[in-house]
Design a protein around this ligand. Structure first.
Ligand SMILES: *Cc1c(COP(=O)(O)O)cnc(C)c1O
Length: 435
């Protein structure tokens, strides 16, 4: 399978999977898309989904990556990556929630990060160390660190802003060890991002050291996120006998939703998509006005969705032939304030007896607003947002097993000035040490 940039309309520059994965973003600034979208057999989807998530994922991954990776290796990698489930929980007749937070970092990003880690290890050159360099405000860094932990031939350097990530997030990144190298930067998240950019723009440095990002727009994180839509659909169909669900996705960068749209293009029956946003309402506003107006992000209680310029916008348009009306016919979108979100957490607790995280609560609000028949995606475990939860329902959330074992573990990281040369020096030393 070849990959093309969304901006390369005439398809002049083809990239291999390895090139697309190592580059992340296409050189022309567009996003990579597979040359063709494989079509699924829905009977096969139902049969395999009844077996297990990995069984289904192996089939779907084979459609994209079968030419690039021998099937036994792909299968082994997927069984190892997906050793956790994603159950569809019933709320009431016709209304369900897909729980995507049972992975190692208790958020849906595990699905993309674990897959990408496994794939990079299959694609990378065994005798050339690859450095994955990533900046995080908290959640992405932990998912990438866990996804790439112990992957041979890869070093992960995670930059996070000193004093600006939660103790739990810091523990998730700094207690793994091995090939995971957390760097606590004396600066802000923007400084961390600027550092990553500066390293990527230093071509002299990149000639001697292989670096890549594990950005959420990477095809290896994006494509596997389409798989759980099929899994959820099969469970939904088996339970309700209905075929075309409404699918609701709490969104920030819109990678998750766009992966659902990829699933639709592969043949998944979908009645409509609903995007749930917090106060960062760029996409809801766009669907209403026809004007796409990215803007600086606003801080909210659902902070993993605090995005003012969704990076998957181009991919979304691409999948709907850059046709606003076509997109509008399939997608509706709603934006909710912090007050609405907190009220929804209270309501869900009272009505169904479980504690929702603030992002999933946005999904629930959309489910109610549209009286949807289908499911919303729960993107994180509520224990990751304990402050908001305590404020709204008055007590703590019990940590799930995969987070509970972190407390008491020793944190190991280095502190660094906001200085590109120091960072490059550090990466050079890491690569050298292990060569
Ligand atoms: C990243 C994230 C989102 C947003 O997902 P996108 O693909 O960026 O739209 C939503 N919820 C949680 C918990 C997240 O970590």
């Amino acid at each position: 399978m070849k990959y093309y940039s969304t901006r390369d309309k005439e398809r002049k520059n083809a990239y291999s999977l390895k090139e697309a994965a190592f580059l992340g973003l296409a050189p022309d600034g567009g996003l990579f898309m597979p040359e063709s979208i494989p079509q699924v057999n829905l009977d096969e989807v139902r049969r395999l989904a009844a077996l297990s998530y990995p069984d289904l994922a192996i089939y779907l991954a084979g459609l994209f990556f079968g030419d690039d990776i021998p099937s036994e290796r792909l299968e082994l990698m997927i069984r190892h990556a997906y050793d956790f489930d994603c159950p569809l929980r019933k709320l009431e007749e016709g209304k369900y929630v897909l729980e995507l937070f049972h992975g190692p970092t208790a958020a849906f990003k595990d699905f993309g990060a674990r897959f990408m880690g496994g794939m990079l290890s299959l694609l990378s050159d065994k005798d050339r160390k690859l450095t994955v360099l990533t900046a995080t405000s908290g959640d992405t860094g932990s998912a990438v660190a866990a996804g790439f932990h112990k992957v041979k031939s890869i070093n992960v350097v995670v930059l996070y802003p000193q004093g600006k990530v939660s103790p739990l997030q810091e523990a998730q990144m700094t207690t793994l060890g091995d090939n995971i190298h957390p760097v606590c930067v004396k600066g802000s998240f923007d400084d961390c991002q600027a550092l990553v950019k500066a390293v990527f723009n230093d071509y002299t440095f990149r000639q001697s050291i292989d670096v890549t990002s594990a950005n959420s727009i990477n095809v290896l994180r994006w494509i596997p996120q389409s798989f759980y839509y099929f899994y959820a659909w099969a469970q939904w169909y088996a339970e309700t006998g209905r075929k075309r669900p409404d699918i609701i996705v709490p969104s920030g960068n819109y990678g998750n939703l766009t992966a659902g749209m990829l699933a639709e293009a592969m043949g998944l029956p979908v009645h409509r998509f609903v995007a749930g946003a917090n106060a960062n309402s760029v996409i809801p506003d766009y669907l209403e006005s026809g004007v796409y107006a990215p803007r600086p992000s606003i801080r909210t209680v659902a902070n993993a969705m605090d995005v003012g310029a969704p990076s998957n916008y181009e991919r979304m348009m691409y999948l709907y032939d850059n046709d606003f009306y076509k997109l509008n016919g399939k997608l509706s979108a709603y934006s909710y304030s912090d007050e609405w979100i907190k009220e929804a957490i209270r309501k869900i607790y009272k009505k169904y007896g479980f504690i929702s995280d603030p992002h999933a609560a946005v999904g629930y609000l959309c489910l109610e607003a549209t009286n949807a028949e289908g499911f919303y995606l729960a993107t994180a475990h509520s224990a990751k947002f304990s402050e908001v939860i305590k404020e709204t329902i008055g007590h703590d959330v019990e940590l799930p097993e995969q987070l509970a074992h972190l407390s008491g573990k020793e944190k190991s990281y280095i502190i660094m000035d906001n200085d590109c040369k120091a960072l490059e020096q550090y990466i050079r030393k890491l690569v050298k040490k292990e060569a």
